[in-house]
Design a protein around this ligand. Structure first.
Ligand SMILES: [Zn+2]
Length: 384
């Protein structure tokens, strides 16, 4: 049997995710989360940006020493000094990667870097060459790639591959891309760059238009074989592409995405909870996969369907991502079947069958005003 082609899951919760306003992880929290991410099956963990502070350096070093089943990557600007610090921080890891980057869009080159395009290429090439001698593999990113000139991207990526980069990351840094266009960009680069076959292409999408997952999937369909993401979609502004969404989209649509990942999806919820606790930020209630409501059903029509066959209203099973089970929630739109099911679970027996109608309506009256928990159902049943 032919094995499915692998997609590398590159988690940047501890680097880009931590750039979310008001989120800071201590070195110990980073280590705990990194262990949870390793258990989840992440291929490469971007542990942080070592040159940013002494504490960050120590946290990355700690992870490099402790984690043996995942690659450890450190971010570095395309500067010799940053790269040296990154190399030092990850030197004890089993699999080491330096991720160096430089901006390639006109707006970033002119206003932020204040460099001519040729100077940007020269800086990128010398950074990649320097990093190449200091770690197992070098990843090069064109910051703001989705707003960069296509021919310029082709040129700088070709030079970066020649200089020794084996992973080329195409970020939609500001979440500007549309899925179809982003797919065309990735495909175009792979098809146009003469030495593209010597590198793995990667995508890194932000969620400013709510399209981070869609753009990441478009990148994969266009030939990217690494995807960068964060747990719970943590990240700057509207966040990064959510790991759990990408992984479950690939798994759910295995015909369109005939690729294997190493993610043990039954650990997604526990990993999400660990990240949420450390970040002190819960995912929104209706967040796909890991939100509290992702497998809760309130409407009577849906509850009735669920009781007859769970696939009527669920495309993945809650257990497959680590939830105990789906929940039928009693609300003002809930139906009789769901209430009967709840009564069975809670062992509520009314004195007479004829009491059920009255009980049902009293539950609905309460539900119109407030949340109905199991204790409320038990309390309301006591009056019969
Ligand atoms: Zn980013």
């Amino acid at each position: 049997m032919k094995c499915a082609e692998a997609i590398t899951i590159f988690d940047t919760t501890l680097r880009d995710g931590e750039q979310m306003p008001d989120v800071t992880f201590s070195p110990n929290q980073k280590l705990e989360l990194a262990i949870a991410l390793q258990t989840l099956g992440i291929d490469v963990i971007e542990a942080g940006f070592a040159a940013s502070s002494a504490e960050e350096f120590s946290a990355i070093e700690l992870m490099a020493i402790q984690l043996k089943d995942t690659g450890i990557c450190c971010l570095a600007r395309a500067l010799r000094q940053d790269i040296d610090i990154a190399a030092q921080a990850i030197r004890l890891a089993e699999h080491t990667r330096i991720h160096t980057f430089i901006a390639t869009s006109d707006i970033h080159m002119q206003h932020k870097l204040k460099l001519e395009p040729q100077a940007v290429i020269d800086q990128a090439v010398s950074a990649v060459k320097h990093a190449r001698n200091l770690c197992d593999e070098v990843q090069f990113s064109c910051e703001d790639a989705s707003r960069s000139d296509f021919q310029f991207l082709c040129k700088i990526i070709e030079k970066a591959i020649d200089a020794g980069a084996s992973i080329i990351n195409i970020p939609d840094t500001v979440g500007y891309a549309l899925p179809q266009e982003f797919g065309i960009l990735v495909r175009g680069l792979i098809d146009s760059i003469p030495n593209a076959d010597k590198a793995t292409f990667s995508v890194h999408c932000h969620n400013d238009l709510g399209l981070a997952t869609a753009n990441s999937l478009a990148g994969i369909q266009s030939g990217a074989r690494q995807v960068e993401c964060t747990m719970n979609g943590l990240g700057e502004r509207a966040g990064n592409a959510a790991l759990e969404e990408i992984v479950m989209a690939i798994k759910t649509h295995s015909r369109q995405f005939p690729y294997a990942t190493n993610i043990k999806t039954e650990h997604l919820v526990s990993c999400s909870k660990a990240v949420a606790a450390a970040a002190n930020t819960q995912p929104q209630l209706n967040k796909a996969i890991v939100g509290k409501n992702a497998f809760r059903h309130e409407s009577g029509i849906h509850q009735d369907g669920m009781l007859k066959h769970s696939q009527t209203y669920e495309i993945i099973s809650p257990q497959s991502v680590g939830w105990a089970e789906h929940q039928l929630v009693m609300g003002k739109l809930s139906g009789r079947n769901a209430l009967l099911n709840k009564m069975n679970k809670l062992n509520i027996i009314l004195p007479s069958e004829s009491d059920f109608d009255d009980y049902f309506h009293s539950v609905k009256r309460v539900a119109a005003e407030q949340q109905v928990c199991d204790n409320t159902l038990i309390r309301l049943s006591k009056k019969y």
